[in-house]
Design a protein around this ligand. Structure first.
Ligand code: MOS
Length: 696
């Protein structure tokens, strides 16, 4: 299926086999040491003090009561904190002045003998403010700005052809607006830091991160250190979903506060509540979709105009318009992104940034188009399948969307769909089925380095990758084993430490592709240098640095199917069955992959039916800042979910033939569920999450 002519280096023996997760035993026995669990003698504990006003100036900080409380050691705040070497990025400009930019911003750190004493001390710090005007809520008529780009090298707006004219003459039109709310990353392990300064020019930080080198580089910048003077250790990460892909303000606060106690260690954990303001979140999005088609359902116009929020102190652009650029053939296309800057915490990556709300909007609109055209939604997609990538003009490396849809339709029993909304009733429940496309771009990041060593009859592969529960360790072991031509049991894997060879972020579904490419280079170099019978102590480092002009448009695809039951009296919605069928090149680690796909689908089920962050526009704070009020799916919500994939390999991106799979699972589920709810009830809900109230 891949159009690349270069064969894989050798037929894989370990990649694609079902193996146990390398850290499984450690984890189930509770012996995998997470950041805060690092045992340190004589540590002090930190607790963040956060702003209780949305915008203003600190006029006074009274620490008398806090310092008098048992166990409290000190309070670090803007008047006594060490100075940062770099203040350019205002998200990281922590405790440097009296300015408050958003509710929940860090205004102090209490250091104490125990976590409890620190937390109590923090409650006793009295901060006085003068408040200034603020805006914490985006409205449809809010002023907007156009960002310079939506992600590095990706334009804010795109246009092809005369879309307005095509719309005017289209036989069928869909013009609707779709909305997603604030969504908050909630990894099981909150962000935590164990920081030790050595003298004043080197620091070690145990933290939970998706990118040890990225964190180390930010610490070096913020504190004016040599890059080699910072070590970030992160062997086990309890999830991240993007929130640990980039450093956030608590990173800087912890390292800054620890600088006041040189030689001693500071342990600081961000609370669940604080995460909602300080560790990134997905902004609310508004998608204005305009689809035009001829009488046969062939698209002549496809427009996605995005309005979403960002923070005033740091721009973050969710790339919501991206999927519309490559999903379907249409003679005219247009996308745009507009931002409303608010006085709120800084938004950031959350699993499938932009792609998640963007695909949701595209695929809900496509379902409406199918209804308007009187076509089965799978047939509609068949009629709009592009020959080449409409965005870049490049051939697709491996586009098997229709195959995913057709295979899934058969497995799911799509032909049993009634097709007449509201017509299928089982007792008190209305039953409906929906389908939608899943997609995510596949990239490989240059700049990765891996080291292969041999000793005591075993190989070691070392790279500062991050395993945030994804099974990266296990997958890297499979890649290294095949590249060396040995079994995975003969290979040790070392990851999660910036002292190891440099690695790019576990983000954007690029980790396995990027790290794996370097591992293969290093393994081949090792064999070239040391042969198949290496001497003990043999070691070779290899780098994958090339960033070639792409010859292909590399995207992964999938088909998401949903069957829902909606209670006709209460509006309760049950997702009875979800099936995802994916095409992502070679699947390297089937057990881990299935878990990634299903995990993404469950996360998306949450977005479809449960998740809704609420910010109070009167005070600027996040109201739903715990898991009692911010709802995520529980076991009782997750019924029959399965993930399957098409066999094959895509050799255009990396020597493993694999594309990333971390994020595609979250795309496509929301529209599949929404379209199923429409099929069940005849009610179109265009604003997430879909709740019983929408259906009564
Ligand atoms: Mo993920 S949101 O690309 O870290």
């Amino acid at each position: 299926m891949s159009q690349s002519t270069e064969p894989s280096p050798q037929a894989p023996r370990s990649m694609g086999t079902d193996v146990d997760r390398r850290d499984a035993a450690l984890k189930v026995r509770g012996r995998a040491t997470y950041a805060f669990e690092q045992v340190v003698e004589g540590a002090l504990y930190g607790h963040l003090v956060t702003a209780s006003v949305p915008r203003g100036t600190i006029t006074a900080i009274d620490t008398t009561d806090a310092l008098a409380a048992p166990g409290v050691h000190s309070v670090v705040h803007h008047e006594n904190a060490p100075r940062l070497a770099d203040r350019e990025d205002r998200e990281f400009d922590v405790l440097q002045d009296d300015v408050v930019d958003f509710h929940g911003q860090i205004v102090g750190v209490v250091l104490a003998d125990s976590p409890e004493a620190a937390r109590h001390g923090a409650s006793l710090v009295q901060v006085s403010y003068t408040e200034t005007e603020f805006v914490a809520q985006m409205r449809d008529d809010s002023p907007v700005t156009a960002p310079d780009e939506v992600m590095p090298g990706t334009p804010t707006d795109t246009a092809e052809g005369d879309l307005d004219a095509a719309m005017a003459s289209a036989a069928i039109r869909v013009e609707e607006t779709y909305r997603t709310p604030h969504e908050h990353n909630n990894a099981m392990e909150p962000h935590a830091y164990v920081v030790t300064w050595h003298d004043d020019d080197a620091v070690t930080v145990h933290t939970s991160t998706q990118h040890p080198h990225g964190a180390a580089e930010q610490y070096a910048t913020s504190f004016g250190l040599e890059p080699g003077a910072v070590r970030v250790v992160s062997p086990h990460v309890g999830g991240g979903f993007g929130s640990k892909g980039l450093p956030h303000a608590p990173d800087i606060a912890a390292v800054l506060a620890a600088r006041t106690i040189p030689g001693r260690t500071l342990k600081l954990a961000v609370t669940r509540q604080q995460m909602f303001s300080l560790c990134g979140y997905r902004v609310p999005t508004v998608s204005h979709m305009r689809l035009g088609a001829d009488a046969d359902g062939v698209l002549v116009a496809f427009e996605h105009a995005v309005h979403q929020s960002s923070s005033r102190i740091k721009e973050f652009v969710e790339q919501t318009g991206l999927p519309a650029r490559s999903l379907y053939a249409s003679a005219t296309r247009r996308t745009s992104h507009r931002l409303t800057e608010l006085d709120v915490g800084v938004p950031s990556w959350m699993r499938a940034p932009g792609m998640f709300p963007g695909v949701a909007a595209c695929e809900m609109a496509m379902d409406e188009l199918a209804v308007a055209a009187g076509l089965d939604p799978i047939e509609l997609r068949r009629r709009n399948e592009p020959e080449i990538d409409p965005e870049t003009g490049l051939p697709f490396s491996d586009r098997r969307l229709i195959e995913c849809l057709e295979f899934g339709a058969e497995r799911f029993g799509w032909s049993e769909r009634a097709g007449t909304p509201g017509s299928r009733l089982e007792g008190d429940w209305r039953i409906g089925m929906g389908v939608a496309t899943a997609t995510y771009p596949a990239h490989s990041s240059p700049g990765n380095v891996a080291r292969i060593g041999f000793d005591d009859g075993r190989y070691t592969v070392a790279i500062a990758a991050a395993d945030l529960g994804t099974g990266a360790r296990t997958t890297i072991g499979l890649i290294a084993a095949d590249a060396l031509g040995v079994s995975p049991e003969e290979v040790e894997v070392q990851v999660g430490d910036s002292a190891l060879p440099k690695a790019t972020v576990a983000g954007g579904s690029t980790g396995t592709s990027s790290w794996g490419s370097a591992v293969v280079v290093a393994a081949r170099a090792f064999r070239d240098q040391h042969g198949t019978d290496p001497a003990p102590g043999a070691t070779t480092t290899g780098a994958e640095t090339k960033a070639e002009e792409p010859e292909y448009a590399t995207h992964s695809y999938g088909a998401q199917f949903a069957e829902v039951a909606v209670n006709r009296w209460t509006g309760e919605i049950r997702a009875r069955r979800l099936l995802g069928v994916f095409s992502a090149g070679r699947i390297l680690n089937p057990r881990g992959a299935r878990s990634q796909f299903i995990g993404g689908m469950i996360m998306a089920l949450g977005a479809a039916l449960h998740e809704q962050g609420v910010r109070d526009p009167r005070f600027g704070h996040v109201v739903t800042q715990d898991l009692a009020t911010y709802h995520v799916p529980t076991h009782a919500d997750v019924l029959d979910i399965d993930a399957l994939w098409l066999p094959g390999a895509d050799d255009s991106l990396n020597p493993m033939g694999a594309r990333g799979i971390g994020e595609i699972g979250i795309t496509g589920v929301v529209p599949a569920v929404a379209n199923a709810v429409f099929d069940a009830t005849g009610v179109r809900v265009r604003s997430l999450p879909i709740s019983p109230g929408d259906l009564l």
